[in-house]
Write a protein that binds this ligand. Structure first.
Ligand code: S3P
Length: 441
């Protein structure tokens, strides 16, 4: 069958230096903000994956032009009132929750109604988490149940809101932040900490934002503006894409990997904190700052004697896209690992918590599940002997990539379907894996 790969052997020891492609969260945010700025923005090292291409197509639907140049993308913004559409325009967000949720915030003042639709996986995800606060600003929003499609008609008479973001969701927080810059007055957001790229970009763009750090949440206050200027941005490497190679190296024998120019913003490095607590020695080298974002080179060495972890819940949000590979490390570690309150993991491109539990059981690992908590009974001698088929996971890119890593470090004969899924976030994944030495048929 097309789109199926086979991995029949573990990876041999390697010593490599690699780079991964641009950060998806920052790529999508920078296009959306550039599309609302006044003037020409230039974005370098933009991630060229389906989620990001769909973001470019979406702004085009809204009348914003862009051009791909050799080194960068140029985006020609007309300001916060610059979107122009036919009535009943349809935007297809494909697989991207970030695009669909953030763009809804920017449509809050658009005269014509716009429908946001998505693929099968995205259509099933919860949108009431953003449409509820956006309705409070004054937009008219209609949807069937809580999923997509969602139809939004903006208002000229927006009012600022007070919003409590309790899920630790950066998409919800950012959707409201996007609406807040278009709304006169002060929008106040009390947010459980989550990735803060939107806050950092707002500061760089000199948008009026005030952040007060409280013990368990951030208080974010944003004043509406009438315009802001275009900008240039160089997108750093995506730590979520690195996570697969981090775990590959950690669980391989006698290997060393350096990954250069990665965004190591503290709201994203939960995986490094968790794995180092399990006995890894992952080092961030050459730390520097670029437009408020921390960038580093990450160095990883293979480790034996990894141990289980009682994972602090406060790290959940900063590792939310990385738990699938973190579970592989827990499966190989000595002792029991506990992960708590992972309900959000089942709200992703596929129900990842359910799929991970089934996967771990399939490879012979004891797992106990209690609602949104899981206990993984690690086995340092784990060595899969049987044939494993990975399919029916809603083409979730991260399940595909996690399965490849499992095959390369845990043994067994793996047949993994839907290799096309990597195009949503990391089209060069298999190429880099082969360059490190993986044999993939
Ligand atoms: C993202 C936030 C996270 C993450 C997603 C990207 C973002 O989702 O899982 O891959 O760019 O804001 P939630 O906001 O739903 O936690």
């Amino acid at each position: 069958m097309k789109n199926k790969i086979k991995i029949l052997n573990k990876i041999k020891p390697f010593k490599k230096v690699i780079e991964v492609s641009g950060d998806k969260s920052i790529s999508i945010r920078s296009i959306l903000l550039a599309s609302q700025a006044i003037g020409t923005s230039r974005i370098y090292n933009l991630l060229e994956s389906e989620d990001v291409i769909n973001t470019l197509k979406s702004i085009k639907k809204l009348g914003i032009k862009f051009k791909k140049k050799k080194q960068y993308y140029e985006i020609y913004g007309f300001g916060l009132n610059g979107y122009k559409t036919n009535s009943n325009a349809v935007i297809n967000a494909g697989n991207s929750g970030t695009l669909a949720r953030l763009i809804l915030g920017l449509l809050i003042n658009l005269k014509n109604s716009v429908t946001i639709k998505g693929d099968k996986s995205l259509s099933k995800r919860d949108f009431s988490r953003v449409t509820n606060p956006l309705k409070n600003f004054g937009a008219i929003i209609k949807s069937k149940k809580d999923g997509l499609p969602v139809k939004i008609k903006g208002s000229y008479y927006l009012r600022p809101i007070n919003y409590f973001e309790k899920l630790g969701s950066a998409q919800c927080k950012s959707s409201v932040m996007m609406a807040a810059i278009k709304t006169p007055g002060t929008t106040k957001i009390k947010a459980k900490p989550s990735r803060n790229h939107t806050e950092i970009l707002f500061k760089q763009l000199k948008l009026p934002i005030k952040i007060t750090k409280k013990k368990n949440f951030d208080l974010i206050e944003i004043n509406g503006v009438s315009e802001f200027n275009s900008f240039n941005y160089v997108i750093p490497g995506d730590i979520s894409s690195c996570s697969f190679f981090i775990v590959l190296t950690l669980l391989s024998k006698n290997s060393i990997l350096t990954i250069k120019n990665v965004n190591t913003n503290k709201t994203r490095t939960g995986i490094i904190k968790i794995l180092n607590r399990m006995g890894a020695k992952i080092i961030l080298m050459n730390k520097r700052f670029y437009k408020g974002e921390e960038i580093s080179d990450i160095k990883i060495k293979s480790r034996e004697n990894l141990k289980g972890i009682n994972c602090p819940e406060k790290l959940n949000s900063s590792a939310i896209d990385e738990f699938l590979v973190i579970f592989l490390v827990a499966a190989k570690a000595k002792g029991i690992s506990n992960f708590k309150n992972l309900a959000e993991l089942n709200k992703k491109e596929s129900p990842r918590l359910n799929i991970a539990v089934n996967f771990l059981k399939e490879i012979g690992i004891k797992v106990k599940r209690n609602k949104d908590d899981i206990k993984i009974y690690g086995n340092p001698n784990l060595n899969i002997k049987k044939e494993i088929k990975i399919k029916n996971y809603m083409k979730d890119h991260r399940i595909f990539m996690m399965s490849c890593i499992a095959a390369l470090v845990l043994g067994g004969k793996f047949n993994i379907y839907d290799s096309n899924s990597i195009n949503t976030s990391f089209p060069s994944f298999l190429k880099i894996l082969k360059n490190i030495g993986a044999k993939i048929n």
